[in-house]
Write a protein that binds this ligand. Structure first.
Ligand SMILES: Cc1cc2nc3c(=O)[nH]c(=O)nc-3n(C[C@H](O)[C@H](O)[C@H](O)COP(=O)(O)OP(=O)(O)OC[C@H]3O[C@@H](n4cnc5c(N)ncnc54)[C@H](O)[C@@H]3O)c2cc1C
Length: 385
Protein backbone atom coordinates (compact mmCIF):
# COMPACT_ATOMS: atom_id res chain seq x y z
CA UNK A 1 0.00 0.00 0.00
CA UNK A 2 1.55 3.29 -1.10
CA UNK A 3 -0.07 6.11 0.89
CA UNK A 4 1.50 8.78 -1.24
CA UNK A 5 3.02 8.56 -4.73
CA UNK A 6 5.89 10.91 -4.02
CA UNK A 7 7.36 10.53 -0.53
CA UNK A 8 8.83 14.02 -0.83
CA UNK A 9 5.31 15.46 -0.54
CA UNK A 10 4.62 13.78 2.82
CA UNK A 11 4.09 16.50 5.44
CA UNK A 12 4.46 14.15 8.44
CA UNK A 13 1.04 15.05 9.88
CA UNK A 14 0.40 11.47 11.05
CA UNK A 15 -3.25 11.43 9.98
CA UNK A 16 -2.66 8.06 8.25
CA UNK A 17 -1.60 6.52 11.58
CA UNK A 18 -4.73 7.87 13.31
CA UNK A 19 -7.05 6.73 10.56
CA UNK A 20 -5.71 3.18 10.17
CA UNK A 21 -8.05 0.77 11.96
CA UNK A 22 -5.55 -2.09 11.62
CA UNK A 23 -2.70 -0.28 13.38
CA UNK A 24 -0.63 -0.99 10.30
CA UNK A 25 1.12 2.39 10.12
CA UNK A 26 3.85 3.86 12.29
CA UNK A 27 5.72 7.14 12.01
CA UNK A 28 9.48 6.71 11.91
CA UNK A 29 12.28 9.25 11.63
CA UNK A 30 13.83 8.50 8.25
CA UNK A 31 15.51 11.78 7.36
CA UNK A 32 17.09 13.50 10.36
CA UNK A 33 14.25 13.69 12.88
CA UNK A 34 11.51 14.09 10.27
CA UNK A 35 8.79 11.47 10.67
CA UNK A 36 7.50 9.47 7.71
CA UNK A 37 4.85 6.71 7.71
CA UNK A 38 5.94 3.08 7.47
CA UNK A 39 3.28 0.57 6.49
CA UNK A 40 3.41 -2.93 7.98
CA UNK A 41 2.35 -5.02 4.97
CA UNK A 42 1.41 -7.96 7.20
CA UNK A 43 -1.30 -5.87 8.89
CA UNK A 44 -2.40 -3.67 5.96
CA UNK A 45 -5.66 -4.73 4.26
CA UNK A 46 -5.34 -2.14 1.46
CA UNK A 47 -8.59 -0.42 2.42
CA UNK A 48 -7.19 2.84 0.98
CA UNK A 49 -8.46 5.09 3.80
CA UNK A 50 -5.00 6.51 4.49
CA UNK A 51 -4.47 7.31 0.82
CA UNK A 52 -7.90 8.90 0.43
CA UNK A 53 -7.52 11.18 3.45
CA UNK A 54 -3.82 12.05 3.08
CA UNK A 55 -3.73 15.86 2.69
CA UNK A 56 -0.95 15.57 0.11
CA UNK A 57 -3.34 13.68 -2.20
CA UNK A 58 -6.25 16.10 -1.80
CA UNK A 59 -7.44 18.36 -4.56
CA UNK A 60 -6.72 22.03 -3.87
CA UNK A 61 -8.84 25.05 -4.44
CA UNK A 62 -7.59 28.54 -3.92
CA UNK A 63 -9.48 30.81 -1.50
CA UNK A 64 -10.33 34.45 -2.13
CA UNK A 65 -9.68 36.25 1.16
CA UNK A 66 -12.52 38.32 2.60
CA UNK A 67 -10.46 40.71 4.70
CA UNK A 68 -6.89 41.63 5.48
CA UNK A 69 -5.71 43.70 8.43
CA UNK A 70 -3.03 44.49 10.96
CA UNK A 71 -3.86 43.45 14.51
CA UNK A 72 -2.27 44.11 17.89
CA UNK A 73 -3.55 42.90 21.27
CA UNK A 74 -4.27 46.00 23.37
CA UNK A 75 -2.59 44.36 26.39
CA UNK A 76 1.11 44.98 25.69
CA UNK A 77 2.22 42.47 28.33
CA UNK A 78 0.29 39.64 26.68
CA UNK A 79 1.36 40.73 23.20
CA UNK A 80 5.03 40.60 24.22
CA UNK A 81 4.61 36.91 25.08
CA UNK A 82 3.24 36.17 21.61
CA UNK A 83 5.26 35.84 18.42
CA UNK A 84 3.72 38.79 16.62
CA UNK A 85 0.61 40.80 17.59
CA UNK A 86 -1.03 38.04 19.63
CA UNK A 87 -3.81 37.26 17.13
CA UNK A 88 -3.63 33.49 17.69
CA UNK A 89 -3.76 33.77 21.48
CA UNK A 90 -6.73 36.18 21.30
CA UNK A 91 -8.62 33.71 19.09
CA UNK A 92 -7.77 30.91 21.53
CA UNK A 93 -9.06 33.00 24.47
CA UNK A 94 -12.30 33.74 22.66
CA UNK A 95 -13.02 30.07 21.99
CA UNK A 96 -12.14 28.96 25.54
CA UNK A 97 -14.25 31.75 27.08
CA UNK A 98 -17.13 30.49 24.96
CA UNK A 99 -16.80 27.00 26.48
CA UNK A 100 -14.81 25.50 23.62
CA UNK A 101 -11.41 23.86 23.33
CA UNK A 102 -8.23 24.74 21.45
CA UNK A 103 -5.46 22.78 19.79
CA UNK A 104 -2.04 24.21 19.00
CA UNK A 105 1.67 23.72 19.36
CA UNK A 106 3.45 23.87 22.70
CA UNK A 107 6.74 22.63 24.11
CA UNK A 108 6.20 19.55 26.30
CA UNK A 109 8.05 18.67 29.53
CA UNK A 110 11.07 17.60 27.45
CA UNK A 111 10.85 20.83 25.43
CA UNK A 112 9.77 18.93 22.31
CA UNK A 113 7.28 20.72 20.03
CA UNK A 114 3.99 18.82 20.11
CA UNK A 115 0.39 19.55 19.26
CA UNK A 116 -1.92 19.42 22.23
CA UNK A 117 -5.39 20.52 23.25
CA UNK A 118 -6.52 22.69 26.18
CA UNK A 119 -9.74 24.02 27.67
CA UNK A 120 -8.58 26.51 30.30
CA UNK A 121 -7.39 30.09 29.92
CA UNK A 122 -4.24 29.48 32.03
CA UNK A 123 -2.91 27.10 29.36
CA UNK A 124 -2.92 29.69 26.61
CA UNK A 125 0.57 31.01 27.39
CA UNK A 126 1.98 27.56 26.57
CA UNK A 127 0.81 27.95 22.99
CA UNK A 128 2.15 31.47 22.49
CA UNK A 129 5.44 31.97 20.60
CA UNK A 130 6.52 30.45 17.30
CA UNK A 131 8.33 27.19 17.82
CA UNK A 132 10.70 27.01 14.88
CA UNK A 133 10.69 23.25 14.61
CA UNK A 134 8.25 20.68 13.22
CA UNK A 135 5.58 19.94 15.77
CA UNK A 136 4.60 16.31 16.37
CA UNK A 137 0.84 15.86 16.00
CA UNK A 138 0.77 12.15 16.96
CA UNK A 139 -0.76 12.49 20.38
CA UNK A 140 -3.17 15.29 19.40
CA UNK A 141 -5.27 13.31 16.92
CA UNK A 142 -7.20 11.30 19.52
CA UNK A 143 -7.85 14.46 21.57
CA UNK A 144 -9.09 16.39 18.51
CA UNK A 145 -11.39 13.45 17.70
CA UNK A 146 -12.72 13.37 21.29
CA UNK A 147 -13.55 17.10 21.30
CA UNK A 148 -15.29 16.83 17.94
CA UNK A 149 -17.29 13.78 19.08
CA UNK A 150 -18.28 15.61 22.26
CA UNK A 151 -19.82 18.35 20.07
CA UNK A 152 -17.49 21.04 21.41
CA UNK A 153 -16.37 24.13 19.55
CA UNK A 154 -12.74 23.54 18.65
CA UNK A 155 -10.16 25.94 17.26
CA UNK A 156 -7.10 24.25 15.75
CA UNK A 157 -3.98 26.23 14.92
CA UNK A 158 -1.05 24.89 12.92
CA UNK A 159 0.99 25.00 9.76
CA UNK A 160 -1.02 25.10 6.51
CA UNK A 161 -0.28 21.39 5.93
CA UNK A 162 -1.38 20.42 9.47
CA UNK A 163 -4.63 22.33 8.97
CA UNK A 164 -5.14 20.60 5.61
CA UNK A 165 -4.85 17.28 7.47
CA UNK A 166 -7.29 18.29 10.21
CA UNK A 167 -9.76 19.53 7.58
CA UNK A 168 -9.33 16.36 5.55
CA UNK A 169 -10.57 14.27 8.50
CA UNK A 170 -12.95 16.65 10.33
CA UNK A 171 -13.68 19.35 7.74
CA UNK A 172 -17.40 18.65 7.61
CA UNK A 173 -17.84 19.37 11.30
CA UNK A 174 -19.50 22.73 11.95
CA UNK A 175 -17.81 23.15 15.35
CA UNK A 176 -14.33 23.17 13.91
CA UNK A 177 -12.56 26.45 13.09
CA UNK A 178 -8.95 26.60 11.94
CA UNK A 179 -6.11 29.06 11.78
CA UNK A 180 -2.83 28.61 9.92
CA UNK A 181 0.07 31.00 9.38
CA UNK A 182 2.38 32.31 6.69
CA UNK A 183 4.90 29.49 6.88
CA UNK A 184 8.55 29.49 5.89
CA UNK A 185 8.83 25.74 6.50
CA UNK A 186 9.48 23.52 9.49
CA UNK A 187 12.99 22.69 10.78
CA UNK A 188 14.22 19.22 11.78
CA UNK A 189 13.20 18.34 15.38
CA UNK A 190 16.36 16.26 15.88
CA UNK A 191 18.57 19.27 15.16
CA UNK A 192 16.58 21.22 17.75
CA UNK A 193 17.35 18.42 20.27
CA UNK A 194 21.07 18.68 19.49
CA UNK A 195 20.94 22.47 19.72
CA UNK A 196 19.34 22.39 23.20
CA UNK A 197 21.85 19.77 24.38
CA UNK A 198 24.66 21.99 23.08
CA UNK A 199 23.41 24.97 25.11
CA UNK A 200 23.17 22.75 28.19
CA UNK A 201 26.68 21.39 27.65
CA UNK A 202 28.17 24.85 27.22
CA UNK A 203 26.36 26.37 30.19
CA UNK A 204 26.53 23.30 32.42
CA UNK A 205 22.87 23.91 33.28
CA UNK A 206 19.59 22.24 32.47
CA UNK A 207 17.14 24.20 30.29
CA UNK A 208 13.69 24.58 31.84
CA UNK A 209 12.05 26.95 29.36
CA UNK A 210 12.89 27.83 25.76
CA UNK A 211 11.55 30.85 23.84
CA UNK A 212 12.28 31.37 20.15
CA UNK A 213 10.95 34.91 19.91
CA UNK A 214 11.82 36.80 23.06
CA UNK A 215 11.02 40.49 22.58
CA UNK A 216 13.31 41.99 25.24
CA UNK A 217 15.21 43.74 22.42
CA UNK A 218 12.05 44.33 20.40
CA UNK A 219 9.89 42.36 17.98
CA UNK A 220 12.10 42.96 14.96
CA UNK A 221 15.21 41.88 16.83
CA UNK A 222 13.62 39.01 18.70
CA UNK A 223 16.08 36.52 20.15
CA UNK A 224 16.19 33.08 21.69
CA UNK A 225 15.78 33.17 25.49
CA UNK A 226 16.39 30.13 27.64
CA UNK A 227 15.53 29.85 31.31
CA UNK A 228 17.66 27.35 33.21
CA UNK A 229 16.52 25.12 36.06
CA UNK A 230 18.46 27.30 38.55
CA UNK A 231 16.39 30.33 37.48
CA UNK A 232 19.13 32.08 35.52
CA UNK A 233 18.54 33.11 31.90
CA UNK A 234 20.49 33.38 28.68
CA UNK A 235 19.66 35.44 25.60
CA UNK A 236 21.08 34.16 22.33
CA UNK A 237 20.88 36.52 19.38
CA UNK A 238 19.87 35.10 16.02
CA UNK A 239 23.28 36.05 14.65
CA UNK A 240 25.01 34.03 17.37
CA UNK A 241 22.74 31.01 17.03
CA UNK A 242 23.76 28.33 14.56
CA UNK A 243 20.17 27.05 14.79
CA UNK A 244 18.93 30.29 13.22
CA UNK A 245 21.85 30.46 10.77
CA UNK A 246 20.68 27.09 9.43
CA UNK A 247 17.14 28.52 9.28
CA UNK A 248 18.39 31.47 7.21
CA UNK A 249 20.33 29.12 4.92
CA UNK A 250 17.18 27.06 4.15
CA UNK A 251 19.17 23.91 4.91
CA UNK A 252 17.18 21.92 7.46
CA UNK A 253 13.53 22.26 6.46
CA UNK A 254 11.33 19.26 5.74
CA UNK A 255 11.61 18.22 2.10
CA UNK A 256 7.96 19.06 1.28
CA UNK A 257 8.47 22.66 2.49
CA UNK A 258 10.56 23.45 -0.58
CA UNK A 259 7.58 22.63 -2.79
CA UNK A 260 4.77 23.45 -0.41
CA UNK A 261 1.40 22.60 -1.92
CA UNK A 262 -0.44 25.09 0.27
CA UNK A 263 1.00 28.33 -1.05
CA UNK A 264 -0.80 30.89 -3.16
CA UNK A 265 -3.95 30.86 -1.01
CA UNK A 266 -4.39 27.11 -1.41
CA UNK A 267 -5.19 27.14 2.26
CA UNK A 268 -7.80 25.13 4.11
CA UNK A 269 -7.76 27.47 7.10
CA UNK A 270 -10.55 29.88 8.04
CA UNK A 271 -7.98 32.48 9.11
CA UNK A 272 -4.31 32.95 8.21
CA UNK A 273 -1.98 34.92 10.49
CA UNK A 274 1.61 36.08 10.23
CA UNK A 275 4.12 38.63 11.41
CA UNK A 276 3.13 41.91 9.82
CA UNK A 277 6.62 42.65 8.54
CA UNK A 278 6.69 45.98 6.72
CA UNK A 279 3.81 47.49 8.70
CA UNK A 280 6.07 50.47 9.59
CA UNK A 281 6.05 51.48 5.91
CA UNK A 282 2.26 51.51 5.67
CA UNK A 283 1.24 52.50 9.20
CA UNK A 284 4.24 53.74 11.18
CA UNK A 285 1.90 54.64 14.05
CA UNK A 286 1.16 50.91 14.57
CA UNK A 287 4.78 49.95 14.92
CA UNK A 288 5.76 50.05 18.59
CA UNK A 289 8.18 47.13 18.04
CA UNK A 290 6.19 44.97 20.45
CA UNK A 291 4.59 42.94 17.64
CA UNK A 292 1.94 43.26 15.00
CA UNK A 293 -0.01 40.39 13.41
CA UNK A 294 -1.07 40.12 9.82
CA UNK A 295 -4.59 38.66 9.73
CA UNK A 296 -6.14 37.34 6.53
CA UNK A 297 -9.73 36.15 6.90
CA UNK A 298 -10.48 33.40 4.40
CA UNK A 299 -14.04 32.27 5.19
CA UNK A 300 -17.31 33.52 6.73
CA UNK A 301 -16.73 31.18 9.68
CA UNK A 302 -13.31 32.72 10.19
CA UNK A 303 -14.81 36.21 9.94
CA UNK A 304 -17.34 35.48 12.68
CA UNK A 305 -14.58 34.39 15.07
CA UNK A 306 -12.13 37.13 14.06
CA UNK A 307 -14.85 39.81 14.46
CA UNK A 308 -15.55 38.65 18.00
CA UNK A 309 -12.05 39.60 19.24
CA UNK A 310 -11.96 43.06 17.66
CA UNK A 311 -13.01 44.94 20.81
CA UNK A 312 -9.87 43.70 22.59
CA UNK A 313 -7.31 44.69 19.99
CA UNK A 314 -6.30 47.40 17.56
CA UNK A 315 -7.36 46.47 14.05
CA UNK A 316 -6.29 48.42 10.96
CA UNK A 317 -7.46 47.27 7.52
CA UNK A 318 -4.63 47.01 4.97
CA UNK A 319 -4.56 46.08 1.27
CA UNK A 320 -4.03 42.38 0.58
CA UNK A 321 -1.60 43.31 -2.20
CA UNK A 322 0.66 44.99 0.33
CA UNK A 323 0.63 41.87 2.53
CA UNK A 324 1.52 39.72 -0.47
CA UNK A 325 4.33 42.07 -1.41
CA UNK A 326 5.82 42.00 2.08
CA UNK A 327 5.20 38.24 2.55
CA UNK A 328 6.51 36.44 -0.54
CA UNK A 329 6.03 33.18 1.42
CA UNK A 330 2.27 33.62 1.02
CA UNK A 331 2.77 32.78 -2.64
CA UNK A 332 6.03 30.91 -2.95
CA UNK A 333 7.92 28.19 -1.11
CA UNK A 334 11.40 28.85 0.22
CA UNK A 335 14.27 27.99 -2.13
CA UNK A 336 15.80 24.59 -1.56
CA UNK A 337 19.40 25.17 -0.48
CA UNK A 338 21.83 23.96 -3.11
CA UNK A 339 23.61 21.78 -0.58
CA UNK A 340 20.61 20.45 1.33
CA UNK A 341 21.01 16.84 0.10
CA UNK A 342 24.70 17.00 0.91
CA UNK A 343 23.86 18.39 4.35
CA UNK A 344 21.53 15.49 5.18
CA UNK A 345 24.01 13.01 3.73
CA UNK A 346 26.78 14.18 6.06
CA UNK A 347 24.53 14.76 9.07
CA UNK A 348 23.85 11.45 10.83
CA UNK A 349 21.76 12.61 13.78
CA UNK A 350 24.54 13.49 16.23
CA UNK A 351 26.34 16.65 17.22
CA UNK A 352 29.65 15.76 15.58
CA UNK A 353 28.20 15.05 12.14
CA UNK A 354 25.91 18.10 12.43
CA UNK A 355 28.89 20.36 13.01
CA UNK A 356 30.74 18.73 10.10
CA UNK A 357 27.71 19.15 7.81
CA UNK A 358 27.42 22.80 8.84
CA UNK A 359 31.11 23.41 8.24
CA UNK A 360 30.92 21.97 4.75
CA UNK A 361 27.48 23.19 3.67
CA UNK A 362 27.25 26.71 5.02
CA UNK A 363 28.98 29.72 3.56
CA UNK A 364 32.42 30.30 4.96
CA UNK A 365 36.01 30.10 3.92
CA UNK A 366 37.21 29.49 0.36
CA UNK A 367 38.55 26.13 1.52
CA UNK A 368 35.07 25.22 2.79
CA UNK A 369 33.60 26.10 -0.59
CA UNK A 370 36.13 23.95 -2.47
CA UNK A 371 35.45 21.07 -0.05
CA UNK A 372 31.68 21.23 -0.51
CA UNK A 373 31.85 21.45 -4.31
CA UNK A 374 34.19 18.44 -4.44
CA UNK A 375 32.10 16.53 -1.88
CA UNK A 376 28.88 17.21 -3.80
CA UNK A 377 30.45 16.15 -7.11
CA UNK A 378 31.85 12.94 -5.67
CA UNK A 379 28.51 11.97 -4.10
CA UNK A 380 26.62 12.74 -7.30
CA UNK A 381 29.06 10.63 -9.32
CA UNK A 382 28.51 7.70 -6.97
CA UNK A 383 24.72 8.34 -6.95
CA UNK A 384 24.71 8.73 -3.17
CA UNK A 385 22.68 11.95 -3.36
C1 LIG B 1 7.90 27.33 11.75
C2 LIG B 1 7.25 28.66 11.58
C3 LIG B 1 7.55 29.46 10.48
C4 LIG B 1 6.93 30.71 10.30
N1 LIG B 1 7.25 31.48 9.21
C5 LIG B 1 6.67 32.71 9.05
C6 LIG B 1 7.02 33.55 7.96
O1 LIG B 1 7.85 33.19 7.14
N2 LIG B 1 6.37 34.75 7.84
C7 LIG B 1 5.44 35.18 8.74
O2 LIG B 1 4.89 36.27 8.60
N3 LIG B 1 5.09 34.39 9.80
C8 LIG B 1 5.69 33.18 9.97
N4 LIG B 1 5.34 32.37 11.03
C9 LIG B 1 4.23 32.80 11.88
C10 LIG B 1 4.62 33.80 12.94
O3 LIG B 1 5.87 33.53 13.47
C11 LIG B 1 3.59 33.79 14.09
O4 LIG B 1 3.39 32.49 14.55
C12 LIG B 1 2.29 34.31 13.66
O5 LIG B 1 2.48 35.63 13.26
C13 LIG B 1 1.27 34.26 14.78
O6 LIG B 1 1.65 35.14 15.77
P1 LIG B 1 0.70 35.38 17.02
O7 LIG B 1 1.29 36.50 17.80
O8 LIG B 1 -0.68 35.49 16.51
O9 LIG B 1 0.85 33.97 17.72
P2 LIG B 1 1.02 33.53 19.23
O10 LIG B 1 -0.03 34.14 20.08
O11 LIG B 1 2.44 33.69 19.62
O12 LIG B 1 0.72 31.97 19.07
C14 LIG B 1 1.56 31.14 18.31
C15 LIG B 1 0.69 30.26 17.46
O13 LIG B 1 1.48 29.51 16.55
C16 LIG B 1 1.25 28.11 16.71
N5 LIG B 1 2.55 27.46 16.54
C17 LIG B 1 3.71 27.80 17.14
N6 LIG B 1 4.70 27.01 16.72
C18 LIG B 1 4.17 26.13 15.86
C19 LIG B 1 4.69 25.03 15.13
N7 LIG B 1 5.97 24.67 15.18
N8 LIG B 1 3.83 24.31 14.36
C20 LIG B 1 2.53 24.64 14.30
N9 LIG B 1 1.98 25.67 14.97
C21 LIG B 1 2.79 26.41 15.74
C22 LIG B 1 0.69 27.96 18.12
O14 LIG B 1 -0.14 26.85 18.19
C23 LIG B 1 -0.08 29.26 18.29
O15 LIG B 1 -1.36 29.14 17.75
C24 LIG B 1 5.98 31.16 11.25
C25 LIG B 1 5.70 30.36 12.37
C26 LIG B 1 6.32 29.14 12.55
C27 LIG B 1 5.99 28.29 13.75
Amino acid sequence: MKIIENKKQCTGCGLCVYICEKNAIKMLATEGGFLYPQVDETKCVSCGKCKNLCPANKERKSVTPLECYALADNRTEQRCKSASGGASALLFEEVINGGGAICGCRLDENLRAVHDTAENIESIDLFRDSKYVQSDMSSAWDKIGEHITAGKKLLVSGTPCQIAAVKSRFGKNGNLTTVDFVCSGVPDPQIFEIYKADIEKESGKKIKEFYFRDKTNGWKKSNIRVVFADGTEQIITRKDSYYFRLFGGNLYFRECCYKCQFKNFNTFADITVGDYWGIEKLHPELDDDRGCSLVIVNTEKGKALADSIKSRCTVTPTPLDFAIETHPKLEKSINRAKYRSLFFHIYKGDEKSLKKAMQICTRGSKLGKIRRVLYQKALKLTHKI
